[in-house]
Ligand binder design. Structure first.
Ligand SMILES: Nc1nc2c(ncn2[C@@H]2O[C@H](COP(=O)(O)OP(=O)(O)OP(=O)(O)O)[C@@H](O)[C@H]2O)c(=O)[nH]1
Length: 348
């Protein structure tokens, strides 16, 4: 027990501030300034089960269904808080903060999606951020992207494939992104469009982790698929069984465990490759290691930007003093961010 407490307090003192710093930088939209942040990006073919995986990790309902559901990037920030008795959650989009609840979350995301991408089936690259603070969630930030489809469904623009590909590539191309490739056990992995796309930016699969959904629907041959690895997934596979129908999240985890421990074909898959809790642990470890790897470079890039802005500012004519004052204020903010990052680096 004592060592668990020590682990928890070391986590709160060392890891939490790192995650918070990265989330704050994301809020400051530093990516628009060409500074890439360590991000876990969820990709998959349409209806592969991306939203269901996020639901399972967060223990909340998200818009789910057959056909296109996710029409804008959804940045999901999960924050585990052992002191919270009641979960709290809100959406951030278009400069607004909208408090919501577990019962209303699906409707709130749908409303935000319509506001951003229209009422039809069109898509948009502007993200919605969903912040979830809950007792038993892993500390993770993940970005869910629209599912890839070649054939537009009724009401979708004819260039839907090009539009979705563009958004996905933007998110998965940076070396700082980890690709969580969601593959349905019901399909042959080499035929997945999401595999083709992630291989374009990560040829050897070094920053790709696969999560295989619908293990319950296609257990035959699953062990072979995840051990032969003919699509090159460098960070490995985790097979899961998501919530089905009206099951609660607790029931879904019980059913998942029962499936993998009782099905004659599935119980042969190694324990380190099955279940949502294993996936949550893997993602948390990966997230910490990419943040630690990327942080020195982020600080360096912020420093370079700062120095450039300072010299531009110093060379400005006197009569532009109002603009100069505004810029100075911006630089003060960047300095504060830099200082807090540097403190973290020294501590880490
Ligand atoms: N039986 C079973 N069904 C699943 C599983 N995971 C997802 N599903 C179902 O598959 C369908 C598609 O799941 P979604 O999570 O909406 O898929 P998605 O990839 O987010 O869909 P888009 O965003 O529209 O591309 C839903 O009906 C889910 O209930 C699973 O592990 N087992």
């Amino acid at each position: 027990m004592a060592s668990n407490n020590a682990l928890a307090s070391s986590y709160n003192n060392n890891i939490r501030p790192l995650l918070d710093a990265v989330d704050r930088l994301r809020n400051l939209k530093v990516t628009e300034e060409g500074i890439q942040l360590p991000t876990i990006v969820v990709v998959g073919d349409q209806s592969s089960g991306k939203s269901s995986v996020l639901e399972s990790l967060a223990g909340i309902s998200l818009p789910r269904g057959q056909g296109i559901c996710t029409r804008v990037p959804l940045i999901m920030r999960l924050q585990g808080d052992s002191n919270t008795t009641k979960p709290s959650m809100h959406l951030e989009y278009g400069g607004k903060i909208v408090p919501t609840s577990e019962d209303e979350i699906t409707a709130a995301i749908n409303t935000a999606t319509v506001e951003i991408a229209g009422a039809g089936k069109g898509i948009s690259g502007k993200p919605i951020t969903l912040v979830v603070k809950k007792k038993s969630v892993p500390d993770l930030t993940l970005v869910d992207l629209p599912g890839i489809t070649h054939v537009p469904v009724e009401g979708q623009p004819s260039d839907i494939y090009e539009q979705i590909s563009k958004i996905i590539k933007e998110y998965i191309a940076p070396q700082e992104s980890i690709i969580l490739n969601v593959l349905s056990a019901t399909v042959e992995f080499p035929t997945c469009e999401s595999i083709r796309m992630s291989r374009q930016v990560d040829r050897l699969g070094e920053r790709t982790l696969a999560v295989v959904t619908k293990s319950d629907k296609a257990p035959e041959g699953l062990l072979e698929k995840v051990t032969v690895d003919d699509v090159r997934i460098g960070l490995g596979y985790v097979c899961v069984r998501n919530r089905i129908g009206d099951e609660t999240y607790k029931q879904a985890r019980v059913e998942e465990e029962r499936l993998f421990t009782s099905h004659p074909l599935l119980l042969r898959i190694d324990k380190s490759m099955i279940g949502i809790p294993v996936l949550a642990d893997r993602l948390t470890q990966i997230q910490v290691s990419i943040i630690a790897k990327c942080l020195p470079d982020i600080v360096k890039k912020i420093n370079e930007k700062l120095n450039r802005s300072m010299s531009e500012l110093n060379s400005m004519p006197q009569n532009l003093s109002t603009i100069a004052d505004a810029l100075k204020a911006v630089i003060r903010i960047i300095k504060l961010v830099r200082e807090s990052l540097e403190k973290l680096l020294i501590r880490g």
